[in-house]
Design a protein around this ligand. Structure first.
Ligand SMILES: NC(=O)c1ccc[n+]([C@@H]2O[C@H](COP(=O)([O-])OP(=O)(O)OC[C@H]3O[C@@H](n4cnc5c(N)ncnc54)[C@H](O)[C@@H]3O)[C@@H](O)[C@H]2O)c1
Length: 340
């Protein structure tokens, strides 16, 4: 395929500009169509991006445009609906996080993509940050020796205006949960990815500050599949919010890192790939103009289509963090340890 891979966006809200900017920066991608059920949003977004046409119905767009990849940017509990529709038209799917909000929805969308022989990729852009990549490399290289502990400290701030800014926000039906399912899913994905999966957990979830149906503050203790333990703290109630921070350590080393930076990097036996670590101390590294992490995943998705390979984060992979969060909610509800 010599032409650029043609991307469409469904849902022209807050996250959509990150996709449109990412598509503009990714060398192998181009934006060809947009859709939002609110016509004004679809029209403004289209005109802003140099498109003369817009859609208010995804079926209509999928039928009438030549689309290779659909970016799913609608509220989380609707991801499966759009993904399944797109798959039915033979269109590949790049879905925003979380993959969806319950297991049935996620399994249905994965099956629809498999049945229609299209790819299902998922956005977890923090996995592309250099600090995280260096830690993952060190884990895979065995630099930590036996890993004993891995934790995520996720201190966000979202005020009541935020929760009131969309009817779906902070609802079980469409947000699927609160601080964990919406904001914290990035950190849950990160620590689960680094530690290699969760075996069991105990959780306490509370609604301490905001007027919503869902948790704004949670503490979880985990045992990972590799036998190590850890803690996740997650909240949207802490003004003004802090950088998310992760700690991983064991027999031969320990690291403390945030979204963009490594703060501490100490190993007994060796110091892996030191120049890259120096870069990671300075912030994210990226080959595109201004380091758009969405652009990295969009370019990967375009290359996955061109090369007929899986995208860097598949639907099945993205499902893991949601399963952990659903187990957290079950533990908070029942007061019991939950095994995954
Ligand atoms: N990767 C990230 O860091 C990140 C950041 C923010 C949001 N998100 C995710 O992106 C998704 C959207 O979040 P948002 O903050 O942009 O929400 P939003 O409410 O700002 O935008 C959602 C848009 O979807 C439209 N919509 C709803 N149903 C539709 C349908 N059936 N067809 C077409 N359009 C429809 C709405 O009108 C709205 O404009 C969520 O799943 C959220 O978790 C990811």
């Amino acid at each position: 395929m010599n032409e650029k891979v043609r991307f469409a966006i469904v849902g022209c809200g807050r996250i959509a500009p990150f996709h449109a900017d990412g598509i503009a920066k990714a060398p192998s991608a181009e934006l060809c169509a947009v859709c939002d059920v609110v016509e004004e949003k679809a029209r403004d977004f289209a005109l802003n991006r140099g498109l003369q046409k817009w859609y208010t119905d995804a079926d209509d767009m999928f039928r009438n445009e030549k689309i290779d990849v659909c970016c799913v940017c609608v509220p989380s509990g609707l991801h499966h609906e759009i993904a399944i529709k797109a798959a039915g038209y033979g269109i590949n799917v790049l879905c925003e996080k979380p993959l969806d909000i319950n297991s049935d929805n996620m399994l249905e969308m994965i099956k629809a993509c498999e049945d229609n022989n299209v790819k299902l990729g998922a956005i977890f852009q923090r996995r592309t940050y250099q600090a995280a990549c260096e830690v993952k490399k060190a884990i895979d290289n065995g630099s930590f020796g036996k890993i004993t502990i891995g934790s995520a400290h996720l201190y966000f701030y979202r005020d009541q205006d935020y929760y009131d800014s969309g009817e779906w926000r902070g609802t079980w039906a469409l947000d699927g949960g609160g601080a964990l399912m919406n904001q914290g899913v990035h950190g849950v994905d990160m620590i689960t990815w680094l530690m290699g999966g969760v075996k069991s957990l105990r959780a306490d979830c509370k609604r301490l500050l905001w007027n919503t149906e869902v948790e704004d503050t949670a503490v979880i203790t985990l045992t990972y599949k590799n036998g190590a333990v850890g803690v996740i703290e997650c909240t949207t109630s802490v003004y003004p919010g802090l950088e998310t921070v992760f700690t991983v350590g064991g027999q031969n080393g320990s690291v403390l890192f945030g979204d963009n930076m490594i703060y501490s990097w100490k190993f007994k036996n060796d110091t892996p790939s030191q120049p890259e670590i120096e870069d990671a101390f300075a912030g994210t590294n990226c080959s595109y103009d201004d380091c758009s992490p969405h652009a990295v995943q969009i370019e990967d998705m375009a290359r996955a289509v061109i090369e007929n390979r899986e995208p860097m984060i598949t639907g099945k992979e993205a499902m893991q963090s949601v399963k952990v969060i659903l187990a957290i909610y079950e533990s908070a509800r029942t007061g019991r340890e939950v095994f995954l």
